[in-house]
Structure formats: structure tokens, C-alpha cells
Design a protein around this ligand. Structure first.
Ligand code: SAH
Ligand code: SF4
Ligand code: F3S
Length: 447
């Protein structure tokens, strides 16, 4: 057919939801006969899967879309498509339509599954297609997926978000929370195990609210305990957990499980109760610390990571000190840290007393300094110990090393001769050196 020898590229920005959506987009393109390429000049379709979580992300993507103009001039048959969370906003979609005439296709997060039809429409009618569904439909099952290479697979369990944290755009661009049926998820994971995947990461904006939309009671803990029984999968991870919904039952199930990892990613966002309330997070600093305490008492060894925002509207120096204090109390293994970025249409963007740019950046620097110190100290405390490492492949930066992770999600590099391929295996590695972001180890002989 005409699709033979046709190539595509997808550039993906943003979170794992987008990474996984891109795997589905790629799956549909492969099914249509397109082949992936890394070379934009060779591509017949270039898709940009966008993120709008912060202004910086959006500016970077607008820059990228601009640079594609030249490639389109060289190859007028090229189809340039924009999708993902930016497209889902009316004013952004309009801006792209008017200011970027070289863009042929734009669709939102709710009509990803329509990609083949939309491409056919462009090819047949030689017209631009702009199609954004305002509302989410039913969960679409059975879409083809072209997964990224590796031993680890993403598995969506919920779509959308109902939390409406006041700073956050996600509920507006991803729609209401919908859970996939347990049966569909279990079947998918069994299939992944058969294909040789060793690790799965369950995806949702708030995995802890999984199943709240079902008629019969079935929750995230129930799902985890069923997935834990699937042989072949060695490690189960999940992201993201909302601290408000992390139940005792869930802690119990994770503690009893064989494969669910002892890594807790619990985004706290801020350390002051006043700010947490204004963010609509639904927990206090005390409740959060109590949850950390429960985990601490249940798991002899674990890691804890978080997301933090500085400079939310109305955050004073005193409030910020409370964030620093909380970080010192919890002692996170690592943290994603952000300066608050107003997103149009969210309640926080309209709040008065926005914090100045300079103040935000000063707080961010101070927070990162503190966190880096703690990360390094925590990593140093692992030196000398031996951990089971699930090997992911050769290190990206030094081919003399293999790379893998501990169950606590620490990246460990260790030297291995070029002809030794341990990818997909779990091997004991002794930690010999600690850095802020990763560890260096050596393979432990197994006698
Ligand atoms: N659903 C997940 C992830 C949401 S986005 C969760 O609730 O944790 C990832 C992170 O981006 C958030 O945890 C938050 O720390 C940050 N973020 C979201 N909106 C932001 C904004 N407007 N400005 C700065 N950071 C933001
Ligand atoms: Fe955004 Fe809050 Fe939903 Fe996370 S839980 S996606 S921060 S609204
Ligand atoms: Fe970005 Fe959308 Fe994820 S806004 S962070 S890609 S849900």
C-alpha cells in the first residue's frame, strides 16, 4: 500500500501518561504501515505530544513547533500533528491554528484513538484537521501499543483526575477520573509477562482512587494483590499516589506482597497547613507525617520521594520554612521541585498575592540545596550494602557499565565486560560509591 516505506516520529513531553499515550499513537501508526525513525528529514509524519503543566514546558514546545516550519518547507508532504494536553485547551488550539499554518493536524487527549481516521482524512482531502473532543468518552480498550524497548512497561489503570488541586491544569485537560476494568488490566499484565517484561508501572494521576467509579467495591489494594500473583513480572510500581487516599489496607497489601516495590512516591507539595489548604490537597502536614510514620514502622527498608511546589500564591517565608522543615523531618530520597507557575483557568492563577519571580527562584534554590544534601547523605548510607538489582541494560553514558535499579528505585551502575548481558535479570550488587542522583556498585559473586 501507499504507507510502505513511510516513517514517523513522535516527540513526547510531560509525564508518563504522555509517554504511554505515545506508545499507543505509535501502535496505531505501525498498524497503518508506518515505521519509526529518529530522523526528522526522513519522516512523513511528525507528532508532538505536548504538556502544559507549567509555562516553561509550554514555551519550549511552542519553540519546537516553530522549528518544524523549515522541515515542512523542505518536505511539503510531511504531516505535522500536535496532540496531548496543550491541544486540549481551546485558546492554545486556536493559537496553533492561526500562528502555525505548517501544522496539519491537532487533536486532544480524548480522541487519541481517532488518529488513523484523521490521517486518512488529511491524505485524501489534502486539508488541515483540527479535532478536539471537549469531554472524555468511555475508556477505549484494545488499542494497539508499540511499547518502548526495555524490560519495563507502563500500564494505565485510571485516566483523568477529579482532585482539582487549585494550581493544577490536569483535571481540565485530562477529564474526569475513569478506572479501567480489573479484568482488562490483569489480562494486559499477563500478556506483558508472556512477552518478557519484568517490571510494570501502574499509571494514574491518583492511583489510590482506582475503582471509586465502580458499582461494586473494588479498590487499588485489591488490584495490587491480584497483580502480585502474576508470575514472570518481578516488580510492580505505581504512580502517582495521593497521600490523602493512602489507606492502611494499601500499606498492608504492599507489605504482604511479593513484587510490589518498597518505594513510596508521595507528593506533598508544601509543608504549611495554610498553603496545603489553599492548594485543596485534602490533608494536613500532621496527617502526612503520620502516614510517613506508618510506612516507616511497617517497612524495615524503603525509599520515599515527593513533588514540591514553592511560591504558591500567599506563601510567606514562614510557610516556606515549614516546607524546609518537613523535608528535613521526612528526609526524602529525592524530590521533584517546582516553582509555582500560574495556569490559566485554574483557581490559583486568579488568587491575589502572587509571589514574585525572584522570591520563587530564591526559594527553589534553597530547597534544592537542602534536598540534594539529604539525597547524597541517604545514598552514602547505602555504601557497603548488597542489593538485588534488576538490570535494564548498558548505561547510557558509559558502555562499560550496566544499569539497573534497586526495589527502592535507586539507579545503580556497575562495570561488566561487554560480552556479559544481564538485561532483565536480578543480580546482587554491592554499592561502593554514592552520588547525589545515582550509585556505583560492583557485581557480587554468588557463592
Ligand atoms: N497527579 C500527580 C502529578 C501531577 S503533575 C500528583 O498529583 O502528584 C506533577 C507535579 O507537577 C505535581 O505533583 C506538582 O508538584 C507539579 N505541578 C502541577 N501543577 C503545577 C503548577 N501550576 N506549577 C508548578 N508545579 C506544578
Ligand atoms: Fe493535578 Fe492534583 Fe490531580 Fe495531581 S491530584 S493531577 S496535582 S489535580
Ligand atoms: Fe503534562 Fe498532561 Fe502529564 S499536562 S504532566 S502531560 S497529564
Amino acid at each position: 500500500m501507499e504507507m510502505q516505506n513511510k516513517h514517523f516520529i513522535i516527540h513526547t513531553y510531560g509525564c508518563q501518561m504522555n509517554v504511554h499515550d505515545s506508545e499507543i499513537l505509535a501502535g496505531m501508526l505501525v498498524q497503518m504501515g508506518y515505521t519509526p525513525t529518529a530522523d526528522e528529514e526522513e519522516a512523513d509524519i511528525i507528532l508532538i505530544n505536548t504538556c502544559t503543566i507549567r509555562d516553561k514546558a509550554e514555551q519550549k514546545i511552542f519553540g519546537k513547533i516553530g522549528t518544524l516550519r523549515r522541515i515542512k518547507e523542505q518536505n511539503p508532504d510531511l504531516i505535522i500533528g500536535i496532540c496531548g494536553c496543550m491541544s486540549q485547551q481551546e485558546e492554545v488550539a486556536k493559537k496553533i491554528k492561526v500562528n502555525f499554518p505548517h501544522v496539519d493536524l491537532l487533536f486532544g487527549t480524548h480522541n487519541v484513538h481517532q488518529l488513523p481516521e484523521m490521517i486518512k482524512k488529511i491524505l485524501m482531502n489534502n486539508e488541515r484537521v483540527f479535532e478536539v473532543w471537549e469531554k472524555e468518552g468511555e475508556v477505549v480498550e484494545g488499542l494497539p501499543q508499540h511499547r518502548n524497548e526495555g524490560i519495563s512497561a507502563w500500564v494505565t489503570i485510571t485516566l483523568g483526575c477529579n482532585n482539582f488541586c487549585t494550581y493544577c491544569i490536569v483535571p481540565y485537560v485530562r477529564g474526569r477520573e475513569r478506572s479501567r476494568k480489573p479484568g482488562d488490566i490483569i489480562k494486559e499484565v499477563q500478556e506483558l509477562a508472556k512477552q518478557g517484561f519484568k517490571e510494570i508501572t501502574l499509571l494514574g494521576q491518583n492511583v489510590n482512587s482506582y475503582g471509586k467509579d465502580f458499582d461494586t467495591p473494588y479498590d487499588f489494594a485489591d488490584l495490587l494483590s491480584e497483580l502480585d500473583k502474576i508470575d514472570g513480572i518481578q516488580r510492580i510500581r505505581y504512580t502517582t499516589s495521593h497521600p490523602r487516599d493512602f489507606t492502611d489496607k494499601l500499606i498492608e497489601v504492599i507489605a504482604q506482597s511479593k513484587r510490589v516495590c518498597n518505594h513510596f512516591h508521595l507528593p506533598v507539595q508544601a509543608g504549611s497547613n495554610k498553603v496545603l489548604k489553599a492548594m485543596n490537597r485534602g490533608y494536613t502536614r500532621e496527617q502526612y507525617l503520620e502516614l510517613v510514620q506508618k510506612i516507616e514502622s511497617k517497612f524495615p527498608e524503603y525509599s520515599i520521594t515527593t513533588d514540591l511546589i514553592v511560591g504558591f500564591p500567599g506563601e510567606t517565608e514562614e510557610d516556606f520554612q515549614q516546607t524546609l522543615d518537613l523535608v528535613k523531618k521526612v528526609r526524602y530520597d529525592s524530590a521533584f521541585t517546582f516553582a509555582y507557575s500560574p495556569r490559566s483557568g485554574t483557581p490559583a492563577a486568579k488568587m491575589e498575592n502572587q509571589v514574585s519571580k525572584e522570591e520563587k527562584s530564591s526559594r527553589l534554590t534553597r530547597l534544592i540545596e537542602l534536598q540534594n544534601e539529604i539525597s547524597k547523605e541517604k545514598n552514602l548510607s547505602l555504601v557497603g550494602k548488597v542489593y538485588p538489582i534488576l538490570v535494564e541494560g548498558r548505561s547510557k553514558t558509559n558502555k562499560d557499565y550496566l544499569s539497573g535499579r534497586t526495589t527502592t528505585n535507586k539507579l545503580v551502575n556497575f562495570p561488566a565486560p561487554k560480552d556479559v548481558d544481564l538485561t532483565g535479570q536480578i543480580v546482587p550488587v554491592r554499592i561502593i560509591q554514592a552520588q547525589t542522583w545515582s550509585l556505583i556498585g560492583e557485581l557480587e559473586s554468588e557463592e
